[in-house]
Design a protein around this ligand. Structure first.
Ligand code: NAP
Length: 286
């Protein structure tokens, strides 16, 4: 048996406890205000991975008592028609959150589509208003994956103020919003990406290391400070079908104080924060 030093952060358990609270809030909204939170999910094209994500989101909604409305459109749809659909959803009082599953086909103007979602229904947090709000600290909805990471850290009572936090990955949906959210919480943040020279010279300084690059085994034990908290956002499918993160889990768990597994770490939190944002949207209306 491997002698692991790190405490494993059980994302499934944290997600389960948050979802119990979400179900209670949904029941309260129904009994006190007659409001049933509703989420519209728009899926364009037939990308199999996107279809799986959408199916999971719809199932999670059903389990939480949130009504979901699925809108499937062919890959040939044009930007204007998609925007018109979103404008209908914005005006529909039964729908409190609107989510457009990414990626969209290349010919569609993604920014135009995301900007057409009403800010009050932007439960993915990708509208420029919500993205800009991350800079000044008054976002209505935070993007689900980084939001889920902050909840995991909170749940484990891991302080972030004054900590050196290194984020590996600078995407618009994970790395950059993650950095802004942690800066709001007074962390000292460095963001690394594919062009970073000598990644290890940054990662070794991290009290908290958050990895979202999509590269299996990118983070090896010698790149991690003893006692660091390591959060692995990566999801990679290996040739043998197994799912793995970006961190050498067994090796790094010998040095870290906390570590998230893949699967069962950040993943379950992402959908949970989508449910949280949808209920919060309905509560705002109430
Ligand atoms: P993405 O858009 O492909 O961005 C990857 C980022 O990692 C980019 O900033 C890239 O740098 C950087 N990067 C790539 N290789 C690197 C390397 N060798 N060293 C340092 N940085 C490197 O991916 P994403 O959408 O942010 O997702 C990242 C990973 O998280 C994927 O595995 C994805 O499946 C997973 N994910 C998980 C969840 C969840 O719920 N757990 C949610 C979303 C994403 P450049 O900017 O220089 O290209």
């Amino acid at each position: 048996m491997v002698d692991r030093k790190a405490r494993i952060i059980d994302g499934l358990a944290v997600a389960h406890s948050l979802r119990t609270d979400i179900r209670r809030r949904v029941a309260d909204l129904q009994s006190s205000r007659g409001i049933m939170p509703g989420l519209a999910v728009v899926l364009v094209g037939d990308d199999p991975a996107s279809a799986v994500y959408v199916r999971n989101k719809i199932r999670a909604c059903a389990e939480a008592g949130i009504r979901s409305f699925e809108y499937r459109r062919p890959a040939s749809i044009d930007t204007a028609t998609l925007v018109a659909l979103i404008e209908d959803l914005n005006a529909n009082p039964e729908i409190h959150g609107v989510l457009v599953q990414l990626p969209l086909p290349k010919h569609i103007e993604m920014r135009k589509v995301l900007e057409s979602i009403s800010v009050e229904k932007d439960v993915d947090g990708f509208h420029l208003y919500n993205v800009g709000g991350l800079v000044v600290g008054n976002t209505i909805f935070s993007p689900c994956t980084p939001y889920g990471v902050t909840k995991l850290l909170e749940h484990e009572n891991i302080p972030v103020a004054g900590q050196n936090i290194v984020i590996v990955g600078a995407s618009n949906i994970v790395g950059k919003p993650m950095a802004l959210m942690l800066m709001q919480r007074d962390a000292t943040v460095a963001v690394c990406h594919a062009k970073t020279r000598d990644l290890a010279q940054f990662t070794i300084l991290a009290d908290i290391l958050i990895v979202a690059a999509g590269k299996p085994n990118l983070i090896l034990p010698q790149m991690v400070k003893t006692g660091a908290v390591v959060v692995d956002v990566g999801i990679n499918r290996l040739p043998d079908g197994r799912i793995t993160g970006d961190v050498d889990f067994e090796g790094v768990a010998q040095k870290a104080s906390f570590i998230t597994p893949v699967p069962g770490g950040v993943g379950p939190m992402t959908v949970t924060m989508l449910l949280e944002n949808t209920v919060a949207a309905a509560e705002r209306v109430a």
